[in-house]
Design a binder for this molecule. Structure first.
Ligand code: ATR
Length: 282
């Protein structure tokens, strides 16, 4: 849209319910300042009941936004209510990034790309692994499975407290993905090169269970998608046991890149300054 000086000024949002915990305004605010772009990015809380109307106003231009990010609990509705969801978001049934094109709402999901970019940066050759173990079978797990499968990981073992949810993912993603109950964890870890925690295990008031990571391959990478605290109870244990650990903050930062590029036309970098900005806000 145009401001009083007849120049384009783009305004983007992050919406969720609640949304005040979101670090996305800090990330995009940093990049806007870095590029000297006269745009804005702000948190905009929308209840599930009001979300369809929010999407309608995004589409007809009356909200004043050119696009934005969508977080819990709106990711599925954002996908459903978008006009042009891409392949990634269609397979996941969930979108986290929206933008307008020719008066239509386009949608994608950048969580998996963020996950992979974080590993690429911090654990070179992580994708030469034989097998991966994913703990948890929620929405985040789904995005991680899609991304590492697309990267060519041939065997992905999903271990979950509720085995039926792991089985749903195995059915959805096909031959590369196998479902297991929590009791099978030690067995499926044997020789695996990547361990991913997508659960809040050890952070929901209960003490963290002791996990013996020694069955993993000696050069295995252990990572967590949770980034508060930066070193989760699981990562701490894995590090103590001598494994390379990768925290989840980089996933958050990298997942933001494609959106910024869509709304503001510049491709931002994920650098140490940005990381420190988020860490000092924790
Ligand atoms: P998200 O979309 O962030 O992945 P989610 O859909 O609520 O969140 O999924 C949370 C995951 O963490 C699930 O795999 C959940 O296991 P269940 O499917 O059995 O519920 C897992 N999880 C959460 N707390 C857990 C705990 N204390 N022990 C084991 N698994 C836990």
């Amino acid at each position: 849209m145009r401001d009083s000086r007849e120049t384009f000024v783009n305004h983007a949002f992050v919406t969720g319910y609640p949304v005040k915990h979101s670090r996305s305004p800090l990330i995009h605010g940093h990049w806007l300042k870095q590029f000297g772009i006269a745009g804005s990015y702000r948190a905009h809380e929308v209840t599930p009941e009001a979300f369809p109307d929010f999407m309608r106003r995004l589409k007809d231009g009356s909200s004043g936004f050119c696009g934005g990010n969508v977080t819990i609990p709106h990711k599925e509705a954002a996908f459903r209510l978008s006009d042009r969801p891409d392949e990634l978001s269609t397979e996941l049934g969930a979108a986290n990034t929206l933008w307008l094109e020719d008066g239509e709402i386009c949608a994608t999901n950048t969580d998996g790309r963020g996950f992979v970019a974080n590993l690429d940066e911090r654990a070179k050759d992580w994708d030469r692994i034989g097998t991966a173990v994913i703990l948890g079978a929620g929405g985040a797990s789904r995005a991680v499975i899609q991304a590492i499968r697309d990267r060519g990981v041939k065997a992905i073992h999903v271990v979950n407290r509720t085995p039926e949810r792991a089985q749903e993912l195995a059915d959805r993603f096909g031959a590369a993905v196998h479902a297991h109950p929590l009791a099978a964890l030690a067995e499926v870890m044997s020789g695996a090169g990547l361990f991913v925690n997508t659960t809040s295990l050890g952070m929901d008031g209960e003490p963290a269970p002791a996990i013996d990571f020694s069955p993993l391959a000696r050069n295995a990478v252990v990572t967590d998608i949770v980034y508060v605290p930066l070193k989760t109870p699981l990562l701490r244990q894995a590090e103590e046991q001598g494994f390379l650990i990768v925290d989840g903050l980089g996933m958050l930062l990298h997942q933001a890149v494609p959106g910024f590029e869509k709304w503001f036309g510049r491709r931002p970098a994920v650098d140490e300054t940005l990381r420190q900005i988020i860490i000092s806000d924790m």
